[in-house]
Design a protein around this ligand. Sequence first.
Ligand SMILES: *Cc1c(COP(=O)(O)O)cnc(C)c1O
Length: 244
Amino acid sequence: MSEQERRAELAESLAQVRDRLERACRAAGRGPDEVELLAVTKNFPAADVALLSDLGLRSFAENREQEARGKVAEHAELRPEAAPRWHMVGQLQRNKARSVARWADVVESVDSERLAQALARATANALEAGDRSGPLDVLVQVNLDEAAGRGGVAAGDVPRLAEKITTTSELRLRGVMAVAPLDGDPDVAFATLSEIAARLRVDHPEAVEVSAGMSGDLESAVAHGSTRVRVGTALLGRRRLISP
Ligand SMILES: *Cc1c(COP(=O)(O)O)cnc(C)c1O
């Protein structure tokens, strides 16, 4: 496929996703600018990120640190003026904290105090080395699926982890993130998440973000107060492996 054809394809899918989002917001009585569209570019090349930048997107997400760090650098070369915000949304090992602190603006998948501590340290180092210019925004990932380990802390552990995050000066607690269970009702899951988020805001009013909803369930997430949908497949197509 030529770059021109790919650009047209992405423009069309972006228009469709924006249309879905707008309808979902209207149905929920919310304004279209209350929900941010985050493009999940995992398994797609930096060239696609560049085209999405051209189409006006400014927020991108990756779920594997190693894949992301190269792509972020490559995109910066392709579009030096774009100034995107990069989100890490996948499970993160503590030994990757150093690297993630150099490229991520937001880590949405913080699910342990030890990871939070490692990220705070890594952010301090990156600031000192001049590899980043500000604190790291973080979300607490909540596990809504007791059956499967898709990452995240149990609802009951959210307050303690949130407290831990706010004791660091390098991390900024911004809210919660979750993935709906594969085989459950997303309405039930996102309603639960909405309650957890509301309880968190009592003690941490700055934690306003609710990152919820993907290609298959963004309407449900928006109905339950999501402030950020993470969309991969509906924007970029079915994931294929990028060549190394
Ligand atoms: C891949 C991924 C998404 C996007 O999923 P799609 O169904 O492709 O839209 C969202 N969130 C996380 C955490 C992901 O890993």
